[in-house]
Design a protein around this ligand. Structure first.
Ligand code: FAD
Ligand code: NAP
Length: 339
């Protein structure tokens, strides 16, 4: 089958910030053959390729002078099951949260804390998605990616992905690896991770004493719906900055002036600061500049009230970064991928 290419397509429906830029070329691909066909044609034409999934970790600051390849492959399957542990594989274009829901409905445990994260399965390893104390690396069994430099398929083990905090080998080599499918190591019995934020408290409020994976997922969904803006209603890309990890001495200097600083010691002796706390302390919460702003409830989330351009959102982000650096001596790093 020949992959359909469209020209000058608005990417507004394809990024959760709702930024209205255009793709020079746009094509949806549904399987490995279509991926290869689209890449080969782009190479013949001398056109760059930019891969997207759900567009929920992107800030598009200009028209994309490339072929935007939208991953639309579907499929999920159990590869092995020994009665206790199992390996499940999903295609890159599978929407993440429905995949999590499907795994929970089968009685598979492991993905419950990663509920309600937007985007696709294929993008999840890019930044080692994480929430409520679990990261994809904790349930990762492998992935298959296409090397765009050589055209060869390669399987990656956990160690080879070099996952870090919102980071991976794939994020550090933009454009090289096209992730085709991902494998997850799940279990028939639950190892609950409840000691993060308000999860345990929410379950207690609901009268749940021995939570199932499904109950944890539902509690996390309810917390997330209260705290986070729904991109369908207000454009955003989730947390706009990573939580900075800094030296313990620096945190003590901040604490001397701000005793309420929110900080989490790390295994390596460094300390993770809550970027949202820094931004709120600096007075940015709820700030609005045209249609670009800082969410009124969650200062880590930048929002598009309607007509903001990516450049306007980026300019606001840079002003916040400069202010946090001047006030606290802390450099905030952007989390979404900037184009
Ligand atoms: P896209 O935005 O489409 O792409 C992201 C990057 O990955 C781009 O560089 C793109 O080129 C690349 N890419 C996409 N697909 C592939 C592929 N198949 N192969 C190679 N490269 C690819 N993130 C968290 O970690 N934890 C959270 O709790 C969380 N909550 C969020 C809440 C909200 C409301 C929103 C809007 C975002 C949140 N995010 C969170 C960020 C985002 O949802 C995740 O990073 C998600 O994995 C991005 O998936 P995507 O398909 O939308 O990726
Ligand atoms: P929160 O619960 O208000 O906590 C604020 C920050 O403190 C979080 O960023 C979290 O860091 C950190 N934190 C909280 N409890 C911690 C603990 N026990 N140990 C270490 N660090 C702790 O955060 P939130 O904004 O509502 O988000 C809840 C979870 O969803 C977090 O894990 C967050 O990362 C995730 N989330 C991510 C995105 C995104 O786009 N990346 C968007 C929304 C929510 P961590 O961020 O390192 O977990």
């Amino acid at each position: 089958m020949t992959v359909q290419w469209q020209e000058w397509v608005s990417l507004k429906p394809f990024n959760t910030f709702g930024i209205d830029v255009k793709a020079r070329y746009f094509a949806q691909v549904h399987d490995d053959d279509e991926v290869r066909e689209a890449l080969a044609r782009a190479q013949r034409m001398g056109v760059a390729v930019f891969v997207i999934g759900g567009g929920s970790n992107l800030l598009l600051s200009r028209d994309v002078d490339a072929l935007v390849l939208h991953m639309a492959s579907r499929g999920r399957r159990v590869l092995s099951d020994d009665g206790e542990r199992l390996v499940v594989e999903a295609e890159a274009g599978e929407p993440w949260h429905p995949f999590v829901q499907w795994s929970l409905a089968q009685g598979f445990c492991g993905l419950e804390n990663l509920s309600l994260i937007p985007g696709t399965v294929g993008a999840a390893p890019m930044q080692n998605v994480g929430a409520y104390g679990v990261e994809i690396k904790d349930v990762f069994a492998g992935l298959t990616a296409l090397d765009r430099e050589t055209g060869e398929l390669r399987d990656f083990s956990l160690a080879e992905c070099a996952f870090g905090y919102r980071d991976s080998l794939f994020k550090r080599a933009p454009g090289r690896w096209l992730i085709l499918r991902v494998r997850f190591a799940l279990s028939h019995s639950l190892q609950a991770h409840l000691d993060y934020g308000p999860v345990r408290q929410r379950l207690a409020e609901q009268g749940v004493e021995q939570p199932s994976a499904q109950a944890i997922s539902e509690a996390i969904c309810s917390i997330r719906r209260e705290k986070l803006p729904d991109p369908a209603e207000l454009g955003n890309a989730g947390s706009f900055f990573k939580n900075p990890v800094v030296a313990a001495e620096q945190v003590e200097r901040i604490r001397a002036q701000h005793p309420s600083v929110v900080a989490y010691p790390q295994a390596d002796g460094q300390v993770k600061l809550a970027a949202g706390w820094l931004i709120e302390q600096a007075g940015w919460k709820g700030y609005r500049e045209g249609d670009a702003g800082v969410h009124r409830l969650q200062s880590l989330v930048l929002v598009n009230y309607g007509q903001a351009s990516g450049a306007q959102v980026h300019a606001l982000a840079q002003r916040i970064q400069a202010d946090i650096l001047a006030r606290f001596g802390v450099a905030l790093e952007m989390e979404p991928n900037l184009y």
